[in-house]
Ligand binder design. Structure first.
Ligand SMILES: [Zn+2]
Length: 323
């Protein structure tokens, strides 16, 4: 199914559906259409003893839908849950996997504890799911690793790997060498603009390069449809373009807000949520100043993105009226 689809097809929303799909024997990707803010993908590995889930999605309605999809393919309980990083759209549903040992990179656990559940902030930043945030409960990983952890199960190795900071400072991906399959978490965004507000773009490019050298055919991204190295290469090209263009404008003394309006997005304007260019540039400016230990003001990020989106919508309408 993957081979017959083109990039253009995937950008068309009706070709991109929510659901569970078997990507290797007893291994499944759970994709959520259409990958926008808060709407992420997950994974499932079924073996004799129990099942392992990769990420728990965000609000209860999403996690319940994922859990019903799991029940349709196995009666086994989910006994292990991997968090690919701390963002709520991947960890918010942790508390609904009551039988699972939760596993993550050390930094991911620390960030989940530090961030907690800021219900009011979430209601302002992602109002679409406002009613559901008060129902969330914090569930923190109890097993952590630094660089690599391997599970030997059902005749295959399941490797959890961390290759340094990329989308966040605690990213983990899940690699199944025998199946040439990789669950990338938010190291990979397909047809959705990557978001780097807590990441390290320069190193993210290097991490993408290392994955591109691995023996991998199928990649399940954190947001977007199941794809492979071609799409990862496209995402890497976006990061590299944005880093180069941000650097020029940083040297010219532009503010991130000015730079975000000045850079021409070209083909990347078609990806979902192109306004993420603003936080990406804000974060790159911190990278250029060697200030990645400082965090961005997340409220400024969300307000700035909304303003940029509103401006583009207005420009689009004016453009249509002129035609
Ligand atoms: Zn994320």
């Amino acid at each position: 199914m993957i081979k017959n689809q083109t990039s253009e097809d995937w950008i068309t929303p009706e070709k991109w559906k929510t659901g569970l799909e078997e990507v290797a024997p007893k291994v499944y990707a759970y994709i959520q259409a259409h990958g926008e803010l808060g709407v992420s993908d997950a994974g499932l590995l079924v073996d004799r003893e129990g099942a392992m889930a990769i990420d728990a999605l965000m609000v209860p309605s999403m996690t319940r839908r994922f859990r019903s999809a799991i029940r349709r393919v196995t009666a086994k309980p989910v006994t292990r849950l991997v968090n690919t990083h701390h963002h709520l759209d991947h960890t918010g549903g942790n508390h609904l996997f009551r039988d699972a040992e939760i596993i993550s990179h050390t930094h991911c656990r620390e960030e989940i504890i530090r961030t907690g559940l800021p219900v009011e902030f979430l209601q302002q930043a992602m109002p679409r799911f406002a009613e559901e945030y008060p129902r969330l409960k914090l569930a923190v990983p109890r097993v952590t690793f630094e660089d690599r952890m391997i599970f030997h199960q059902a005749g295959r190795e399941v490797e959890l790997r961390h290759l340094g900071p990329a989308h966040t400072f605690g990213d983990a991906f899940v690699y199944l060498p025998k199946d040439k399959l990789l669950f990338a978490g938010d190291i990979a965004f397909y047809y959705v603009t990557p978001m780097a507000f807590q990441g390290h773009v320069g190193n993210w490019i290097k991490v993408a390069d290392r994955i591109l050298k691995m023996d991998v055919e199928t990649i399940v991204p954190g947001h977007g449809p199941i794809s492979g190295k071609k799409e990862l290469r496209e995402m890497r090209a976006y990061l590299s373009m944005i880093r180069r263009e941000a650097r020029k404008r940083f040297d010219e003394g532009m503010t991130p807000e000015q730079a975000a309006r000045d850079v021409k997005l070209g083909i990347y304007a078609k990806w979902r949520e192109p306004e993420r260019i603003l936080p990406n540039i804000m974060r790159l400016y911190q990278e250029f100043r060697n200030e990645l230990d400082q965090s961005l003001d997340v409220m400024r990020v969300f307000v700035g993105m909304r303003e940029l989106q509103a401006e583009w919508d207005r420009d689009g309408e004016e453009h249509e009226m002129c035609i």
